[in-house]
Design a protein around this ligand. Structure first.
Ligand code: NI
Length: 388
C-alpha cells in the first residue's frame, strides 16, 4: 500500500501548514515563530514530551509507541529555516517578509515531519520511541551541530537518525539515496595577498599584487587536476577576487579572495586544505608578495551508514517502486552530517519535480510530495519498531 489512507486525508491540512510557513519565513537561529508553530501543532497532536531551546531555537519532541519492549529510539529530523532571497514565484502564498524566502523547501520538510508526527501520535502502531527533531539554521549556521552540542543524541538516547530533502529534477513520487557519502563537506577560506602598490607605469618599483593573486587562482586549479586521486571528488573554487585599486593606473597593494573546498572524502579534505595554504603562501612569495590564509571549517561530509540506508530504502519501497538506490552524490553540504557523525542513519532525496533548483528565487516546493515524505517517515518507524 503506497500512501496510507490517513495521510491522504491529512494532505490538505499539512499543505495548509506548509503554505503558512512559506508565507512567514525566518532565517538562521531566528526561527521563533516557526518553532512556536511547530510546538502548537505538536501539542494538538498530544505528543508525549516537547522541549524547546535545543541548539538555541530547535524543538525536540517524543512519541511513545503502544509498547516499548524493543527499547528502540529513532530520531526523525527536519530543518525549519529559510534563506535571504527575494521570492520571485508569483504564488498567492508567496513570502510576506521582504528579502526572506523558503527557497530550499524547509517549510516542506517541517510540514512533512509534522504530518508524520500527527499520524504517529494518533496511531502509535509501533514498539519503541520516536524523537522528532526540528532544527534551526541549516543554511550556514550549523543548527544541527548546535543541537548535537546541547546533547541531543544522549539526552534522548537516540540510536538511529533519519532525514529527507526535497530534490528538484527528481519526479514527484520518487526517492533517491545511496549508502556512503551523499553530500560533500564544505570549508571556506579567505586569502589576503599583500605586495607593494604603485604607479601602473612603473611596475618595476611595485610588487604587483594582482599578478601574484591571479597566479594563485590559476595554481589552485592544479590541486584538483594534479593532487586529488582521480577517482575521488573534490571542488576548489575561488569565488571572489577584490583588489584595493580603484584606478586603471594604480597597481593594487592588497588583493582579497574567498573560496570554498568541497569533497566527499575526509583525507582529500585535509590534503586540499594543506595544498590551498601552500600554493597561496609559496606562490605569493615567488612574486615577492605575502599571503595570509584564513580557514573556516564548515559542514562535514554527509555519510549514510550501510544498514540504516537499507532500512531507508525498504521504507521508501513500501511507498513507491521508484527508488534510485545508487544516486550520484552531490557537492552541496548539509548539516544533518553532524547528526550522522554521532549516530548511524540515512538521508534520502524526495522527488520535487520540475522546478527551479533550491536556493533560486523561482524555486517551488511541490505539495504533492508531502504524503510521500510523511509515508516514508511513518513506514520507517513502523518497520524498524514493529508493534508487538
Ligand atoms: Ni535545504
Amino acid at each position: 500500500m503506497p500512501i496510507k489512507n490517513r495521510l491522504a486525508e491529512t494532505h490538505d491540512e499539512i499543505t495548509g501548514w506548509r503554505r503558512h510557513l512559506h508565507e512567514n519565513p525566518e532565517l538562521m537561529f531566528d526561527v521563533h515563530e516557526t518553532a512556536a508553530f511547530v510546538v502548537d501543532r505538536l501539542k494538538e497532536f498530544g505528543v508525549d514530551g516537547i522541549t524547546t531551546g535545543i541548539g538555541k531555537t530547535g524543538v525536540v519532541a517524543t512519541i511513545k509507541g503502544k509498547t516499548n519492549t524493543s527499547g528502540r529510539v529513532i530520531g526523525l529530523r527536519a530543518d525549519m529555516d529559510a534563506l535571504p532571497i527575494v521570492e520571485a514565484t508569483g504564488l498567492d502564498y508567496a513570502s510576506k517578509v521582504a528579502g526572506k524566502m523558503h527557497a530550499c523547501g524547509h517549510d516542506g520538510h517541517t510540514s512533512i515531519l509534522l504530518g508524520a508526527a500527527q499520524y504517529l501520535a494518533e496511531t502509535r502502531n509501533f514498539d519503541g520511541t520516536v524523537v522528532l527533531i526540528f532544527q534551526p539554521a541549516e543554511e550556514g549556521g550549523g543548527g544541527g551541530r548546535e543541537m548535537c552540542k546541547d546533547g541531543l543524541m544522549d539526552r534522548w538516547n537516540i540510536q538511529e537518525v533519519y532525514g529527507l530533502h526535497n530534490m528538484p529534477g527528481l519526479p514527484v513520487g520518487e526517492f533517491a539515496i545511496r549508502p556512503g557519502p551523499l553530500l560533500a563537506s564544505a570549508d571556506e577560506f579567505e586569502i589576503v595577498v599583500t605586495g607593494k602598490g604603485g604607479h601602473a607605469a612603473a611596475p618595476h618599483e611595485a610588487i604587483d599584487t594582482t599578478l601574484a593573486a591571479a597566479q594563485i587562482v590559476v595554481s589552485m586549479q592544479s590541486i584538483v587536476a594534479r593532487n586529488v586521486n582521480p577517482v575521488k571528488r573534490v571542488v576548489v573554487t575561488i569565488a571572489t577576487f577584490e583588489t584595493d585599486s580603484n584606478a586603471s593606473n594604480v597597481i593594487a597593494h592588497t588583493v582579497r579572495m574567498t573560496g570554498t573546498v568541497r569533497t566527499l572524502d575526509p583525507d582529500e579534505r585535509a590534503m586540499a586544505e594543506d595544498r590551498v595554504r601552500r600554493v597561496a603562501l609559496n606562490t605569493a612569495e615567488a612574486f615577492g608578495a605575502t599571503a595570509e590564509v584564513h580557514w573556516e571549517e564548515g559542514y562535514p561530509v554527509t555519510v549514510n551508514s550501510e544498514q540504516e540506508t537499507e532500512y531507508a530504502i525498504q521504507a521508501a519501497r513500501r511507498v513507491t517502486d521508484k527508488v534510485d538506490t545508487e544516486t550520484d552524490p552531490i557537492m552541496p553540504a548539509e548539516d544533518f552530517s553532524f547528526m550522522l557523525e554521532e549516530r548511524p542513519g540515512a538521508y534520502i532525496f524526495l522527488g520535487n519535480g520540475d522546478t527551479a533548483m533550491c536556493h533560486h528565487p523561482a524555486y517551488q516546493f511541490d505539495d504533492d510530495a508531502i504524503p510521500m515524505g510523511c509515508s516514508w517517515f511513518v513506514e520507517l518507524v513502523e518497520a524498524r519498531m514493529p508493534a508487538s
